[in-house]
Design a protein around this ligand. Structure first.
Ligand SMILES: [Zn+2]
Length: 272
């Protein structure tokens, strides 16, 4: 497989999920490998090195909430593009990866000459943080087994091989979710200011406040978040990833461990 880019420019506008401000994202075709963000002093590669994350969201190269976009690009095979972001955050769309998936499908993709790096997990690697666990086991393709523990209701689990088909049908439209009782604290922390009942599934009293798109929408969304975080490896990933009670921080710690084990980690400033 080679790197791929977009056939044409893609624009997505809307509110930032966390900032609540109007944001605009333009994706431009790029002839060189890599996803980069246009910066004042040149393009900044979207990679594990450019990342800060908390369990709520992933921020890379100065752009907040990149994970749903990156998941859609990864599954569509797009590994060469330039992002131009106004407003500091990727627009929320409907809170899922759907808006990006649909836009990329509409634009179409085309191959570049350069082969896309492949990351194969040879030996199991894992990270643990209290009750959180993320492990990568050898496997063909990208398979994810995710377990999410929820308050006041049974845990949700999903085992899925991530392909364009499963992504489109089972994952891409699963929205960001949160507990109603956490909304005030998140707002006080300057987070989720753009969250609405259209772009966020709200959990309350053992049920959902607004209609879910899937009975297990939360765990499906967690798989999207994980795929978006693994996309920062900049490679086609072959692994069976198991995540239990994990979040962005744990996903990214696993990605770093996978890069090290595969010999992809390079000293600062060297290589792509
Ligand atoms: Zn998410």
């Amino acid at each position: 497989m080679t790197h791929r880019t977009l056939r044409e420019e893609v624009t997505v506008e809307g509110v930032g999920l966390h900032s609540g401000r109007r944001c605009r994202l333009v994706l431009l075709p790029r002839e060189e490998p890599g996803l980069v963000v246009r910066g004042a002093s040149g393009p900044v590669p979207l990679s594990l090195r450019a990342v800060e994350a908390d369990e709520r969201r992933t921020r890379a190269a100065g752009v907040a909430t990149v994970e749903h976009l990156l998941a859609a690009l990864y599954v569509a095979g797009v590994s060469a593009a330039e992002l131009v972001v106004d407003g500091g955050e990727v627009p929320a769309g409907d809170g899922s990866a759907w808006v990006f998936w649909e836009a990329v499908q509409a634009a179409g993709t085309r191959p570049l000459r350069e082969p896309r790096p492949v990351l194969r997990v040879a030996e199991p690697v894992w990270v643990r943080d209290g009750g959180r666990l993320c492990a990568a086991l050898p496997g063909e393709g990208l398979r994810v087994t995710y377990v999410v523990e929820l308050r006041d209701r049974p845990a949700q689990a999903l085992d899925v091989v991530v392909t364009a088909q499963t992504f489109a049908r089972q994952l891409a439209s699963a929205r960001t979710w949160g507990y109603r009782e956490e909304a005030a604290a998140l707002h006080a922390a300057g987070l989720a200011l753009g969250a609405t009942e259209q772009n966020t599934l709200v959990l309350e009293d053992g049920g959902y406040r607004n209609p879910p798109r899937f009975p297990d929408e939360p765990v499906r969304h967690k798989v999207v978040d994980l795929v978006g975080d693994l996309a920062l490896l900049g490679a086609e990933v072959h692994a069976h990833v198991v995540a239990v009670r994990a979040g962005h921080r744990t996903h990214l710690a696993l990605a770093r461990r996978m890069a090290e084990a595969a010999g992809l980690a390079r000293p600062e400033g060297e290589g792509k």
